[in-house]
Design a protein around this ligand. Structure first.
Ligand code: FAD
Ligand code: PYC
Length: 416
């Protein structure tokens, strides 16, 4: 990576920032590649990175219709944890959590990984029982997870309101200390730069409009910049997963919903951890800039519009006020939405398909950011070897026929 002298930094600052070297190339599409990845979010770029690094597949392209990280990767609230209920989920989310730990060093990019702890609150007896059961299940799977009563919640997170006279009092919660947040664009740019350096072509402003086959085998893609030949196409398009599958007449049980979030004006450090409450439909953390990052449950209607609606925001703010009355005079600055692809069991799809050479990674719904490195790692393995490895195997599309669902709605931690 090029290093700039202090004089050069000043010169760039005074001359309109036009002379910087590109961090990744802006290549013209080649006529053919060994594999094409559709979707330049974190998962797609991570897949390209591990394909190149671990499987020696460097003649590949990531095709992105907008700009990299402009989809859910750039719109999510970056909560990372692995406290899911079932063994299959613990395996994949723990795999991701372990990769997050060294990722900044590996990519030589500051991804601002902060293991500040994630609290999941319980507000009634039923939730307490369910969350305590999850703590036990987590521990059996080696996930660091503990139950805190209301006072211990308050000790860990002093700004939270645990008074008993609110509509949904805090009765306790689970804590995963190794959970936390990181910086979404750092992750996307870090993967992009590293993949590009190994020869991966990142084609932005290029939309895939069709997928070509011959006798049940992938032969290429149609794009807004022409036809590209390839024997392997991998769709990693989040909210557009079912749209891509439909291009090959494959029906997936995926629904696309808007999920929205907002940020407040910046304030001094006041919230030291991530707080989530499934029952009241709000979750919150504080960014290093000081803004509170606040999310909500999904919008019930199906939609491809990347924005939210006021109804959800009103509900979200009312819940926030109950849990954190100290934020009552905060002003909110920006609001946005992303399109999340939700499966009936709230677990992802990582799969081969009936079309030879067509692979799908999607259905991560409201919770795929935390999986980014693990997802890319196992998906690259599947694409290179044409077989899912042990971690990915439970998440093939076969489960919708066999009935071996991995029902994680409770642990998804965002109301569906
Ligand atoms: P994306 O980043 O959406 O990438 C897919 C890309 O595919 C897009 O850039 C899109 O433009 C491109 N694409 C689509 N169609 C085409 C086409 N035809 N041709 C070319 N390109 C195409 N998860 C967590 O774990 N923790 C959280 O705190 C969290 N918070 C969230 C908050 C919000 C508001 C939202 C919306 C999501 C949240 N998620 C969270 C979920 C998480 O963001 C996603 O699961 C994850 O980022 C998906 O990553 P991706 O790379 O698959 O998708
Ligand atoms: O999966 O932890 C999560 C999450 C938090 C907010 C949205 N998704």
């Amino acid at each position: 990576m090029k290093r700039y002298s202090a004089l050069e930094l000043i010169r760039q600052g005074l001359t309109g920032h036009r002379g910087w070297d590109r961090v990744w190339r802006k290549p013209e599409p080649k006529e053919s590649y060994d594999a094409v990845i559709i979707g330049g979010g974190g998962h797609g770029l991570a897949t390209a990175y591990y394909l190149a690094k671990l499987h020696g597949m460097t003649n590949i392209a990531v095709i992105e219709k907008g700009w990299i990280g402009g989809g859910n990767s750039g719109r999510n609230t970056t909560i990372i944890r692995s406290n899911y209920l079932f063994d299959e989920s613990a395996a994949i989310y723990n795999h991701a959590l372990n990769l997050w730990k060294g990722l900044g060093q590996e990519l030589n990019f500051n991804i601002m990984m902060s293991h500040r702890g994630v609290l999941n609150l319980a507000h009634d007896e039923g939730e307490m029982r369910q969350l305590k059961r999850r703590v036990e299940a987590n521990r059996l799977n080696g996930v660091d997870s503990e139950w805190l009563d209301a006072k211990e919640v308050k000790n860990f997170c002093p700004s939270i309101n645990i008074s008993g006279d609110i509509r949904y009092p805090v009765l306790g919660g689970t804590l995963q200390r190794s959970g936390g947040v990181n910086r979404h664009d750092g992750v996307v740019w870090g993967y992009a730069r590293a993949a590009d350096a190994m020869g991966v072509d990142i084609l932005q402003q290029t939309e895939v409009t069709g997928i070509l086959t011959d006798s049940g085998q992938i032969t290429g893609v149609e794009t807004t910049r022409g036809t590209i030949r390839t024997p392997k196409v991998a769709s990693v398009t989040a909210g557009h997963t079912s749209v891509m599958a439909k291009m090959l007449d494959i029906r997936l049980p995926v629904e696309s919903h808007p999920l929205q979030a907002l940020v407040s004006e910046p304030i001094k450090p006041v919230l030291n951890c991530v707080v989530m409450s499934n029952a009241v439909h709000v979750y919150c953390s504080q960014s290093d800039k000081g803004e509170l990052v606040i999310g909500a449950g999904i919008d019930a209607q199906l939609s491809y519009t990347q924005r939210g609606n006021l109804d959800i925001i009103e509900h979200q703010m009312a819940s926030l006020m109950e849990l954190f009355p100290i934020f009552s005079r905060l002003r909110m600055m920006r609001q946005w939405g992303g399109i999340v692809d939700v499966c009936p069991d709230a677990s992802p799809i990582i799969t081969k398909t009936p079309v030879k050479g067509f692979y799908v990674n999607g259905g991560w719904g409201t919770g795929g950011w935390k999986a980014t490195p693990g997802s890319g790692h196992v998906f690259a393995d599947l694409i290179a070897k044409d077989e899912p490895n042990r971690i990915a195997a439970p998440f093939t599309m076969d489960r919708f026929v066999s009935g071996a669902l991995v029902a994680e709605h409770g642990a998804a931690a965002v109301a569906h």
